[in-house]
Design a protein around this ligand. Sequence first.
Ligand SMILES: *Cc1c(COP(=O)(O)O)cnc(C)c1O
Length: 381
Amino acid sequence: MIKKYYLLSPGPTPVPEHVLAAAAEPIIHHRTPEFSKIFMDVTEGLKYVFGTKEDAYILTSSGTGAMEAAVVNTLSPGDKALTINAGKFGERWGNICKAYGIQYKEIIVEWGVDYPKEQLEAELKANPEIKAVFCQLSETSTGAIFDVQGFGEVVAKTNAILVVDGISGAGVMPCPMDDWKIDIFLSGSQKSFMIPPGLAYIAFSQKAWKFVETAKCPKFYFDAKKARKNLADKTTPWTPGISLIIQQKKALDIIVGMGLEKLFLHHRVLGDATRAGVKALGLELLAQKPGNILTAVKTPAGIEGGKIVKTMQSKYMAYIAGAQDPHKGKFFRIAHLGYMGGFDIITALTALEMTLSDLGYKFEVGSSVKAAEPILRENWA
Ligand SMILES: *Cc1c(COP(=O)(O)O)cnc(C)c1O
């Protein structure tokens, strides 16, 4: 067969053709009115997706750069923080804190398990010296989503700030930064924002800006005050990812044009169809509270861990994602965020079925598609 590549991973995600083509246009200079206009349009689009009246900043880095920016711009070495580690990306909050000498209390949540706001409330009562709470909207390593609205209610009553990594969740599920009392919200370009990797996005509440004034962590490239000063002049402190920002303008035209409500519904339909499909195969979900970003599915008994992902990728070129350390082989992840349509779910399920047949798993061929198809068809609007 012709080797056709099917990207079904939770980042990077597929990019619309006309957005890809925009990267081939001649480079324009970034200190020009022409670029400033595009740049400011993108920051407006980001504010819309983030649900905030505050300014949104574009960093030229992958999403982790915005995570690091959130830490270094608000805290000082020796400050106390709380990190919710419910997977690989929650763990990253702790690693960043460690690198900057932040004393962090790490809440270790079993992968796929929920962390209710009541537990956070109790932690903050018992540890009033905590200055910042770091969490994920969607923990991409497990497919679980969290009650960020509830976290916002709890943290707003304290002197701490709530920092939310929305790298995979923003634009897929509701998370209005201002309404939910989030102090720092951040995301990245290669997930729901429908462009290649290379940009990160971040916004600060007024409460968070007060922290910025006193934060003593070392920083240079990710200095929020420099970004704020430059944004007032409709520009960035450093050379921005010009082509990516032009691409983001085109992708935001799709996102804003469709509107968040429709986009959330779209992702819900894809999520529902995927979950119905894998359950029809007798498979189990990993997450207690699965989001519509991706579906993590437990590897069935009797199948060697890792073989599913390897076969799907090498034989069928369907690039789903595996489980990361220390859970390698125990589950696999099918993404349904960003520029994906209903037939991408059919592709994923069919490739999964063919792979499971190859590996000797017993099930009724076609049952996953049979379960997913009516959900897609009835909601195809
Ligand atoms: C992808 C992702 C990251 C890491 O982003 P990079 O762009 O790889 O730096 C962090 N957090 C979450 C929730 C993610 O999905």
